[in-house]
Design a protein. Structure first.
Length: 650
């Protein structure tokens, strides 16, 4: 992992309370999470993002904190947390925590003191108004659930401000004492070994709230201060922030006008996320191309974080009304699937009707577009949601480990939240144990895809370019970095497409040149890449991941082609020459992208139904004076027979 580890990481988001119960009380805990670290290490993720673990009344799933320096007693102790950090580090896993410093719980000792007297030392730690603010009913985060953002407190004899629920009064972050306290919170958890934080609601953290002003100014200098604090305490610590704002304002969260990354290292890419979902709803790639084309330039060491689903609803507020209607119709047509008039409270698998091909296409898009991928727990299984639960709780159900009681989450008769037990997404059908035994499961595919991603640093650090293609419904893009260049092909349309595109001639990097000549392709999701004179297996009609490395020296390891019908085909020909392609030790190989041909529109069974295959990664490389064909493969990085002259992936 490089110094800026976050650029090549895979982040896994989980709620300790719904992940694994170790003592049978029905609530997940830190010891339970420790017992599942081997699973997470095998999955291939490199960083765990823990939702709030602090003491809390749990009126908002822990986002109403009463002690920023503690661990909620029902999930463990500070000693348990220290052991978690230690055991995670032994497995190469980092940990980041939710940093919820925009507000506290109304039961926090600070607020109780602040409301008790105007002379309290904590009075100015919150935002008060003696008169009723004119913007009292503006700026609600949860429309339909909130009536106001200013509430009268009888004890305090004043109005207090709360951007979220009434039980979450906002901190006055413009107060120097509050900023110093936030510094102390950062330092405390960094000393316990965390690698950073996910900052909740970053625009509200730096907002200097003024009663009666719905557009209060923001103090971006606070972000610089927190960045300096992190850099001093832990040089490689990061802050991944949530800032769903317009592009012209977004760049200010990364750094100042000078173009340096002196504020936040990482931001969630809300625009790309929602445009990707729009592309899946429409069955065309244009929304993704628009997002890539309009993305603002960011500082060199800054990074986007990509996601399709997280712990909240799908927020469609960045789309037009017509685009929102398209997404609602495709993914959340029923009223109980929608939330706050702008969102969809569902997991991705039920949004895509459990279609494994479309799920793999969606995650292939996420993992190959610019940024660090963030995955919510259970997404690797295709877990569903429980719409009988209120609001966001519908998609925060316990992890499904097996087909035993409560899905293996807990042995208790009463659990913190009901486990999905019935239907296509119930734990008897969707669970880790069952997926482990199925070589074609989404879990197995995820593991292979993450291994592939970790072999391709170009995705995390490279520059993304959309390649013109006809028809426009197919997305072709490349990632270029000093390590090399990767070309990706995705087709969101549910039918086959014949495509033609040409990439311009260029050199990347200077020691490893490549030239792309026109190629033709047809695919129903992603296809595999093969030589133009090689007959393509008829069973390759699946929507799978494919890429061709165009420059650089990394390993590519496809071995066999395996379709769901159970057949295995050895591609004709064996790799010639030495494993380094004939370039010799210490010499840079010249790799040139040959004419590529994609064929995935064939009907293997002759009945009009498309087949499917596992993660495919293959292509043609011209190495030095010799040619080496990469064959269609079901798993990059797998071992090979002694007679095969390819190297294993470490």
């Amino acid at each position: 992992m490089p110094d800026r580890w976050y650029r090549e990481a895979v982040i896994y988001c989980l709620d300790v309370e719904t992940f694994q119960d170790s003592n049978g009380d029905g609530v997940g805990d830190l010891k339970g999470l420790i017992s599942r670290l081997d699973y997470l290490a095998r999955l291939g993720v490199t960083c765990l993002w823990l939702n709030p673990i602090h003491p809390s009344p749990r009126q908002d799933d822990g986002y109403d904190v009463t002690d920023f320096y503690g661990v909620h007693p029902r999930i463990g102790t500070l000693g348990d947390f220290a052991e978690l950090v230690h055991q995670a580090r032994n497995r190469g896993l980092r940990i980041i925590l939710d940093l919820v410093v925009n507000h506290t719980s109304d039961q926090h000792p600070w607020f109780q003191s602040a409301r008790s007297s105007p002379d309290s030392p904590y009075r100015d730690w919150y935002v008060w108004s003696q008169a009723e603010p004119s913007d009292r009913r503006q700026g609600m985060v949860f429309p339909g659930e909130q009536d106001e953002t200013w509430t009268w407190d009888e004890t305090a004899g004043a109005w207090y401000y709360h951007r979220f629920y009434t039980f979450q009064p906002d901190l006055n972050t413009g107060n120097e004492a509050v900023q110093e306290e936030i510094d102390s919170i950062l330092g405390f958890w960094l000393a316990l070994g965390v690698s950073g934080f996910r900052m909740d609601a970053a625009p509200f953290v730096i907002e200097l709230t003024e009663p009666g002003n719905p557009n209060s100014p923001k103090d971006f200098g606070q972000l610089t201060r927190y960045r300096e604090r992190l850099s001093w305490r832990s040089g490689d610590a990061v802050v991944l922030a949530e800032a769903n704002v317009a592009n012209d304002e977004l760049v200010r969260y990364f750094g100042d006008e000078g173009g340096t990354n002196n504020r936040l290292p990482m931001l969630f890419d809300f625009v790309l996320s929602v445009r990707t979902l729009l592309a899946l709803a429409r069955g065309e790639a244009e929304p993704i191309r628009e997002a890539l084309g309009t993305a603002p330039p960011i500082p060199g060491h800054a990074q986007w974080a990509t996601f399709l689903r997280n712990h909240d609803e799908v927020d469609l507020s960045r789309l037009s009304k017509q685009e929102q209607a398209e997404c609602f119709a495709a993914f959340g047509p029923e009223p109980d699937m929608q939330l706050y008039g702008r969102g969809i409270r569902r997991r991705l698998a039920p949004m895509l009707d459990g279609d494994q091909g479309r799920l793999r296409l969606a995650y292939s898009l996420q993992f190959t577009l610019p940024g660090t991928p963030v995955v919510r727990y259970g997404e690797e299984l295709g877990m569903g949601d429980d719409l009988s639960l209120p609001e966001r709780a519908a998609l925060r159900t316990p992890m499904q480990w097996s087909d035993t009681k409560n899905g293996g989450f807990s042995s208790s008769d009463t659990v913190v939240r009901p486990v999905i037990a019935e239907g296509a997404f119930g734990y008897p059908r969707v669970n880790v144990a069952t997926a482990r035994r199925d070589p074609d499961s989404l879990l197995q595919w995820f593991e292979q895809m993450i291994r592939t991603l970790r072999e391709c640093p170009e995705i995390g650090v490279g520059t993304c370019t959309s390649v013109p293609v006809d028809p426009a419904s197919v997305l072709v893009h490349r990632m270029e970095a000093r390590q090399g260049t990767l070309l990706f092909l995705h087709n969101p349309v549910r039918r086959g497409n014949r495509s033609r595109c040409s990439a311009t001639e260029r050199t990347t990097p200077p020691a490893a040149t490549w030239k792309a000549s026109p190629w033709r392709g047809a695919a129903t999701g992603c296809g595999f890449v093969a030589r133009p004179d090689t007959k393509v297996p008829r069973c390759c009609a699946g929507r799978t991941w494919a890429c061709a490395r165009l420059g650089g020296r990394g390993p590519l390891r496809p071995d066999r082609h395996r379709c769901r019908r159970g057949r295995t085909r050895r591609r004709a020909g064996r790799p010639a020459g030495r494993p380094d392609g004939g370039a010799g030790r210490g010499r840079a190989a010249r790799w040139r992208l040959h004419v590529l041909r994609l064929r995935a529109d064939q009907d293997p069974a002759g009945d009009g139904a498309a087949g499917a295959c596992g993660p495919v990664w293959s292509g043609v490389r011209l190495l030095g004076r010799g040619e080496r064909r990469l064959r269609c493969g079901d798993a990059p990085g797998v071992g090979h027979r002694r007679g095969d002259r390819r190297r294993r992936v470490a």
